[in-house]
Design a protein around this ligand. Structure first.
Ligand code: F7E
Length: 331
C-alpha cells in the first residue's frame, strides 16, 4: 500500500510497533532517511492497543485518508490468543474510528475487512451474504466491519469496508499456507530441509495477487460515497491444488516431501471461499488479471531467488520446469 500511495504522489505515514529487532524489512525497498529533503514516507511508533498514541498521531498528522490494515491477522494463532486478537483486531478499529471522530477532520477511512467473515456461508460470497465467522480472528473482523458502518451511519464519517479475499505475493508472511509452501520448495531444492508439514489440504480459497488488490483499496476511498466492496478473483482452489501446482512447477514430488501435522488443523475450519465481486467490477472498474497458476509461479520464483538458487540445467539462466521461467521482481 505505501508504495502505491507514494507512486500517486502522497505523503505517507505509517505506525510501527516497537521491537528490539528491526521489523520493517517489508518496506526496506521504499524507505528513505527522513532527513532526506525528498522523503515522503514517515514512520511513527504506535500500537493498535494504545488509544492515546493513535489519537496523538491522528492529531499531529491530520491525514486525508487512513488505510487501516493492522491486525493480529493469523487465523490459526487467533484460536491460541483470542483475547489479544479481540483487543488488537477488533478494538484497534474502534480506537482509530474514535480518534478520527474526535479530530473533527474530514478523514476518509478504509477498513480491511476479510473474506474470513463469511466463514461457513454458502459460496459465492458477495456484499449481501450473511456473515458466519469461524474463528476469533473472523469474529473480530465482523465487529470491525460493523463499527465501520456504525460510524458511517451515526457520525457521517466517510468509512468504507473492503472485504478482501486471500491476497498473496512474495511479501506474504512465511506462516500463511501459500508462502509456507513456496518457501519450503526453495529450501528443499537448496538442501536446507526435507519435509514440509501442513494441516488441512481440502480447504478452498480464492487466491489473488496482492499488488492488484491495493489499487482497489485506493479506488474505494476515491468514490463519492462511502460503501462496502467484495474484492476477489471469483476462482477457488484447494490447498492441495496449490501444493501440486507449485511442486509440479519445479519438478518435486509431493508424496516424498509433504507430511500432515494435526497441530495445523483449526478447531473450526472455513471450507470454501469464492468471491462474487460483480459490484467491484461495475462500480470500481476493477478486474484482477493474475490468476492462480501465474500467482504460484511468481511466488515460487521469488522464493527460489531469495534462497540464492542457481538455475538448474545448462547454465542458460533457465530453471527447468514445465512452464517458461520468468523472474518476478518483488519491489
Ligand atoms: O490458510 C489451510 C488452513 O493461514 C489458508 C489471512 O491473511 O486470508 C488469510 O487467512 C488455508 C486454511 O490463510 C496449513 O487451514 C493447511 O484453510 O494461509 P492461511 P487464511 O486462514 O485463509 C484471510 C483473507 C485473512 O483475512 C487472514 O488474515 O490453508 N492450511 N495447512 C494451512 N494454513 C496455514 N497457515 N499453515 C498450514 O500449515
Amino acid at each position: 500500500m505505501p508504495k502505491l500511495l507514494l507512486s500517486k504522489g502522497y505523503e505517507v505515514h505509517g505506525l510501527v510497533r516497537r521491537s528490539s529487532t528491526f521489523n520493517t524489512s517489508r518496506i526496506d525497498s521504499i524507505y528513505v532517511d527522513p532527513h532526506d529533503p525528498d522523503a515522503r514516507l514517515f514512520l511513527h511508533y504506535g500500537d493498535l492497543s494504545d488509544s492515546e498514541q493513535i489519537a496523538n498521531v491522528m492529531y499531529n498528522i491530520r491525514p486525508d485518508e487512513v488505510y487501516h490494515l493492522g491486525a493480529q491477522s493469523h487465523v490459526r494463532v487467533s484460536f491460541d490468543t483470542p483475547e489479544y486478537t479481540g483487543n488488537v483486531t477488533a478494538l484497534g478499529t474502534t480506537r482509530l474510528l474514535e480518534a478520527i471522530r474526535r479530530s473533527n477532520n474530514p478523514v476518509k477511512f478504509y477498513q480491511a475487512s476479510s473474506s474470513e467473515m463469511f466463514g461457513a456461508a454458502v459460496p459465492p460470497q458477495s456484499e449481501t451474504t450473511v456473515f458466519h465467522p469461524r474463528s476469533p480472528y473472523a469474529c473480530a473482523k465482523v465487529y470491525s466491519y460493523w463499527m465501520t458502518r456504525n460510524y458511517r451511519e451515526g457520525y457521517n464519517l466517510f468509512a468504507s469496508n473492503g472485504i478482501l479475499f486471500n491476497n498473496e505475493s512474495p511479501r506474504r508472511g512465511e506462516t500463511f499456507v501459500t508462502r509456507k509452501i513456496t518457501r519450503a520448495i526453495a529450501h528443499i531444492l537448496a538442501g536446507k530441509e526435507k519435509f514440509l508439514y501442513l494441516g488441512n489440504l481440502d480447504a478452498k480459497r480464492d487466491w489473488g495477487f496482492a499488488p492488484e488488490y491495493v489499487e482497489c483499496m485506493w479506488r474505494i476511498l476515491q468514490q463519492e460515497k462511502a460503501d462496502d466492496f467484495v474484492i476477489g478473483t471469483g476462482e477457488t482452489h484447494s490447498v492441495r491444488e496449490f501444493l501440486h501446482e507449485s511442486f509440479d512447477y519445479v519438478g518435486l514430488d509431493v508424496e516424498e516431501h509433504v507430511r500432515i501435522d494435526p497441530k495445523y488443523f483449526r478447531p473450526t475450519e472455513v471450507e470454501v471461499l469464492v468471491a462474487d465481486a460483480e459490484k467491484s467490477g461495475k462500480v470500481l472498474g476493477w478486474k484482477p488479471t493474475i490468476k492462480f497458476a501465474d500467482l504460484v509461479k511468481i511466488m515460487v520464483d521469488a522464493d527460489m531467488k531469495t534462497a540464492g538458487l542457481e538455475p538448474i540445467g545448462k547454465g542458460d539462466g533457465i530453471i527447468r520446469t514445465k512452464f517458461p521461467h520468468r523472474w518476478w521482481k518483488c519491489d
